[in-house]
Write a protein that binds this ligand. Structure first.
Ligand code: ZN
Length: 471
């Protein structure tokens, strides 16, 4: 492929993939594997391309996206006109700033109007129901084909070779702890060895650990993949049990971990540790830098990331602000200047690893910590577990919900119910919360309310920490 062809691939990758890409048909699918390998080869190069070239790709992709949504949705066509954006004249990325920042509650207000009817090529679609940190449940609709084309982005970390991608697509090497968002796309193809309902406390049982070790040996060399908290806890036990596991890589997802946990994982498993910055809405936003721990390179060929201050203006390079994403890859639910509800900072200089892609330092959710009675703190994102939100049915029975730590030993859960909350619901929710408190006791109060008020002029958030109550 010459440079022009590579550029065309990055601008319109959909033209280079087979038409009939579906979930559960990827495993051993040579047509898909060949296209995915080509894409990954190009991404490994574009990592080092000059910024101007990447920006050119972004502008072309955004123009294509806006043209698609304009043609296919009167809602989005009106939205662009109303905000004075003429996509045909989009010459630089700052033109996007005319569009307002969208938050989950705003999208929920817009309702079904935001979805674009799929074309035959884009079928089937699937939806992901997520609560976000704002506690406003919201459904995203995606085209399977559109999503699956982006598979190679999961493998652009420097330690991964082309071999790794082929290995992933032709043998079952995943061992999965927990059920990260990634599974929506790939579980039918690759996830034979999934410990879906595993909780950190389960790992205290030797039998469960032995079973995990066995699965890893069966899948050797295995790719261990899962929630940060589970992998970190497993690392503790692996060192205690003095076992050696045949792993070619470890990937943590859905939760960020501390530097201490990161060191432990790397040391114990003796395999490269890779992380990705992924959001339900924004997709695969970045991949961990091989040189700088805790920093991610932005997948700028597919997404455009901005950092904004409280007034919605861009901050200076390196300053912290709200992360806002525009994604060129999602047509059915357009993601145009969407707030990730995360805080972070962006650096534009060339990285010591050689990459020219912008670097994002993620500094946490716009929520805070939950303080346990012993004085220990756990990240509020812990309350965001699948076991609590999905398995108890909370996410479906609540229009909105909010956790408030109003005392050191008490957690209040407010629910704006969609239907009656039964005793059985309550018991399930209580048990799931207790499970997350890592053995500490707190009083859990569940209260149904008509409205969750905003605080200090801010929109209601998913979690109100004790520090906020004590103010
Ligand atoms: Zn780097």
């Amino acid at each position: 492929m010459n440079n022009q062809e590579k550029l065309e691939f990055l601008i319109s990758p959909e033209k280079f993939f087979p038409m009939n890409i579906r979930r559960a048909t990827l495993f051993g699918n040579m047509e898909f594997i060949t296209a995915a390998e080509r894409y990954l080869d190009i991404l490994k190069e574009s990592n080092f391309w000059p910024k101007e070239e990447i920006e050119y790709i972004q502008i072309q992709r955004l123009k294509n996206l806006l043209s698609r949504v304009n043609k296919r949705s009167s809602f989005w066509a009106d939205y662009l006109i109303k905000n004075g954006v003429n996509f045909e004249n989009l010459l630089n990325l700052s033109d996007l700033k005319h569009l307002p920042v969208l938050r989950r509650d705003k999208l929920a207000d817009f309702g079904n109007k935001i979805y674009i009817s799929p074309l035959p090529d884009e079928l089937p679609t699937f939806s992901i129901f997520s609560s976000g940190t704002t506690g406003v449940p919201f459904a995203m609709l995606f085209s399977e084909r559109e999503k699956l084309i982006n598979f190679p982005f999961h493998f652009r970390h420097l330690p991964f070779q082309k071999q790794t991608l082929r290995q992933m697509l032709s043998r079952k090497s995943y061992v999965m702890l927990g059920l990260p968002g990634f599974r929506y796309l790939f579980e039918k193809d690759f996830f034979d060895n999934t410990f879906a309902l595993l909780r950190p406390s389960d790992l205290y049982e030797k039998e469960i650990r032995e079973n995990i070790y066995r699965k890893i040996r069966d899948a050797a060399p295995a790719f261990l993949f899962g929630y940060g908290s589970l992998i970190a806890k497993l690392a503790l036990f692996v060192s205690e049990d003095e076992v050696k596991l045949p792993l070619f890589a470890v990937r943590i997802t859905s939760e960020s971990i501390s530097p201490v946990e990161r060191d432990l994982i790397r040391q114990v498993f003796n395999a490269p540790l890779v992380e990705s910055y992924i959001s339900t809405v924004g997709g695969n936003i970045g991949f961990s830098c091989a040189d700088k721990e805790g920093f991610f390179h932005v997948n700028s060929e597919a997404v455009f990331l901005e950092v904004l201050d409280e007034n919605g203006h861009s901050v200076q390079e390196g300053e912290e602000g709200e992360l806002v994403i525009t994604s060129a890859v999602s047509t059915i639910t357009p993601v145009i200047r969407y707030s990730l509800n995360d805080m972070g900072s962006l650096f534009l200089h060339k990285c010591s690893c050689g990459s020219n892609l912008p670097i994002v330092k993620f500094s946490g959710r716009r929520g805070y910590n939950l303080c346990l009675p012993s004085g220990r703190k756990i990240r509020s994102i812990t309350l965001h577990s699948r076991a609590l939100l999905v398995d108890t049915g909370l996410i479906r029975l609540a229009k909105q919900f909010q956790f408030i730590q109003d005392r050191l030993d008490k957690l209040l859960l407010l629910i704006v119910p969609r239907r009656k909350v039964t005793d059985v619901d309550e018991i399930k929710i209580r048990l799931a919360i207790t499970e997350l408190l890592d053995g500490e006791k707190m009083i859990i109060e569940i209260k149904c309310v008509n409205i969750i008020p905003s605080r200090n002029g801010h929109k209601p958030s998913f979690f109100i920490p004790l520090s906020e109550i004590q103010k």
